[in-house]
Ligand binder design. Structure first.
Ligand code: F6R
Ligand code: MG
Ligand code: MG
Length: 364
């Protein structure tokens, strides 16, 4: 059976500040999704949150980039924004960058990751969702899952994975894409994806079957809006087991937290902390950035689950490490490498400060 899994998300208001989602907003999202399941077009749905982001996980049979599904997500965000505005939540409607829907939510603020698949006998998927970080945060985790034998032993000892995976990489500033056949081309690929603010892993495919293995949201809010409106807070869908990495190989990269950009005012480097859904409440210095992982089995498009993968106590040490990394970074205050380089900060007073100092600068 062909099923489309669509994950569409937006920050449509935070509680308190940018730290969490209000239960009434989530309840409104659930109400809208329930209607769309009763009356079509959805087969199933799950509504959740990651920090201040509302996450709509939907299954249907209409394929990717479908106008009906995108309009459903857009209308849901609009209805939830009404609730957020009534409660005077912070930044209500902040990710809805347009007043009217044009057929596809891409380029309008929300983040999107969708894949159409032929549902296998057992279809295990994990949906990763992050808050207080940018698209591009999945580059290293996806690399580890699908190209690093120190993370994924299946690449070495599983016959159906030994051929490797193809990575589709997008240059979000140059509006170009290129595909790398891995492991053959990992050195070339790393030159690009090691710079995740520009080059992002959009999708991964099995080289054995050509089937899609992973898809991520690569929308960059600042590029869309031309100004800072909030971090991208990206999502990513990964298929597991069989010819794809096992569930344990897919969640393994997050056991060793890495630094990502985002955190306070979208202008800092901070550790990506894996947490349960309940603990995705970025509070300290508006962070540190969070990642959650929900696991589902698909059954004729029905979402069996979720399992809250990072609720596992085996991620306690990663959280502890992330807190220590956060402390180390906070020690730098307004200095790099905690603060992002000048041209990458989402907030800046540089033009005003330079204007004020213009006449005082003397040639050396
Ligand atoms: C980061 C984020 C927050 C805000 C900060 C200021 O992605 O959302 O750190 O940037 O709380 O928010 P405003 O400008 O809305 O007062
Ligand atoms: Mg926010
Ligand atoms: Mg957010």
């Amino acid at each position: 059976m062909d099923v489309t899994l669509s994950v569409i998300k937006a920050d449509i208001g935070g509680y308190v500040g940018h730290s969490e989602s209000h239960p009434d907003v989530i309840a409104e999202g659930q109400e809208c999704m329930l209607k769309a399941k009763k009356n079509g077009p959805l087969i199933d749905y799950h509504v959740t949150k990651c920090g201040d982001d509302l996450e709509l996980i939907m299954t249907h049979s209409l394929g990717i980039d479908n106008k009906k599904i995108h309009k459903l997500a857009w209308d849901t965000f609009v209805n939830c924004t009404k609730v957020a505005k009534k409660l005077k939540l912070h930044g209500a409607g902040q990710d809805l960058l347009s007043d009217s829907f044009s057929g596809n939510v891409k380029g309008m603020g929300p983040g999107v990751a969708e894949m159409e698949i032929n549902e296998r006998g057992a279809e295990s998927v994990i949906i990763f969702m992050a808050d207080k970080t940018s698209s591009g945060a999945w580059n290293m985790p996806l690399y580890k899952m699908f190209a690093d034998p120190f993370n994924t032993i299946g690449l070495v000892i599983a016959e159906n994975m030994h051929k490797g995976f193809a990575f589709e990489v997008h240059d979000v500033k140059g509006h170009k894409k290129v595909t790398f056949e891995c492991p053959d081309e990992i050195y070339d690929m790393l030159v690009l994806i090691g710079a995740p603010s520009r080059y992002m892993v959009k999708a991964v495919y099995s080289r054995l079957s050509g089937d899609i293995a992973a898809i991520s949201s690569t929308q960059k809010l600042a590029l869309i809006a031309g100004r800072y409106v909030g971090k991208d807070d990206p999502v990513c869908i990964v298929r597991c087991q069989g010819e794809f990495p096992a569930v344990g190989e897919v969640v393994e990269p997050f056991a060793a937290p890495i630094f990502v950009e985002g955190w306070m005012r979208g202008s800092h480097m901070g550790p990506l902390m894996p947490t349960s859904v309940a603990d995705s409440v970025p509070t300290r210095f508006d962070g540190p950035p969070r990642v959650i992982a929900l696991g589902f089995q698909l059954a004729e498009g029905k979402l069996i689950g979720p399992r809250d993968m990072f609720a596992d106590i085996s991620y306690d040490l990663a959280r502890q490490k992330a807190n220590e990394m956060a402390d180390l970074m906070r020690r730098h205050g307004p200095f790099e490498p905690h603060r992002l380089p000048l041209d990458e900060m989402e907030y800046t007073t540089m033009p005003q400060v330079m204007k004020k100092l213009e006449k005082r600068f003397k040639t050396l």
